[in-house]
Design a protein around this ligand. Structure first.
Ligand code: SAH
Length: 290
């Protein structure tokens, strides 16, 4: 066998293996499209806006719905966005799951942070690739999933949770989204203190955020940000007071209301029903005072 034919044989083997590895490490969305659907990938099977299914593609298996079953072998090797017919001839579209799909399809143990709030929390916190972020409580891990997505690949999320059983579910959700490698789950009470120091952000969604304010100030880099999400005004007032006493400045609180639209020529108008309340977002930055 000549050197060149060996090289071309190796290329034949190595390039698909590299593509497979690249694909594995990029599950949480945000990577360039298109890619082919491969065994082990997660796919969002879309029937209509209300009926979507997040499924793991496994060769030889199928997914059963009230509209018939879909054979995964029909999807392997196809482009994301392809149409597949169920056994009853109903069309499903195989979409590439977005971060919001992983969040909304989390196996839930607690109330989760909704994408509208996640988006603002991430923006206000200023975190990005490489950031080190402390979070509490982990809960279902929906917000953790988003934070991990934005700090990867070099950054880390240190996520505190007092209920061990919740951490198990959060771990499963993070694994499914391909993001567990960027998170350290900690079965600890954050009001007792934060182990990490020099962190870029502290993100809170727990019942008593005001008890965390002094610890957050110690753990953060100067000018680092804290963002706290709370469902009630009572929590917000206590938190704002504690933040100001702990050396934070630029303290602000927001509520984000998101109203869907039904769009149809001649009948376009806001949807009748919307999520009336989730919570308030309070943010602040650590100052070094003289
Ligand atoms: N943001 C999460 C949901 C958090 S629910 C998500 O998107 O999935 C609030 C969580 O805070 C609960 O799981 C609760 O057990 C946890 N918690 C409450 N007090 C805590 C504390 N002192 N330290 C760590 N976790 C705490």
């Amino acid at each position: 066998m000549s050197f060149y034919s060996l090289l071309s044989d190796l290329t034949f083997l190595v390039i698909p293996a590299m593509l497979l590895l690249l694909n594995r490490s990029k599950r949480s969305g945000g990577e360039p499209l298109p890619q082919l659907i491969q065994e082990g990938d997660y796919v969002l099977l879309f029937l209509d806006h209300r009926r979507t299914y997040l499924v793991k593609i496994e060769g030889g298996k199928s997914f059963h719905t009230h509209k018939g079953f879909i054979k995964f072998d029909d999807l392997i090797g196809k482009d994301y966005g392809s149409t597949v017919l169920s056994s009853l001839g109903v069309e499903f579209i195989a979409l590439k799951p977005l971060l919001r799909d992983y969040i909304m399809k989390s196996v839930r143990r607690t109330q989760i942070t909704y994408p509208k709030d996640v988006a603002l929390i991430v923006m206000f916190s200023g975190i990005g690739p490489g950031s080190r972020v402390v979070e509490a409580g982990t809960g279902t891990g929906a917000l953790t999933t988003a934070l991990a997505h934005y700090v990867k690949p070099e950054g880390r999320v240190y996520s505190y949770e007092i209920r061990e059983e919740f951490l198990k579910t959060a771990e499963k959700n993070l694994k499914r989204a391909g993001l567990i490698d960027f998170v350290e789950l900690k079965n600890k009470d954050i009001t007792a203190g934060i182990d990490e120091s020099g962190v870029d952000g502290v993100i809170l969604d727990l019942a008593t955020p005001w008890l965390v304010a002094p610890h957050a100030c110690t753990a953060l880099k100067p000018s680092g940000t804290i963002v706290s999400f709370s469902p009630t005004i009572d929590q917000v007032v206590k938190t704002v007071e504690a933040l100001m006493e702990s050396g934070f400045v630029d303290v602000e609180t927001f509520e984000c209301l998101m109203r869907g639209m039904q769009v149809e020529r001649g009948k376009t108008r806001p949807q009748t029903l919307m999520t009336g309340h989730t919570g308030y977002i309070t943010l602040a930055r650590k100052a070094l005072k003289a």
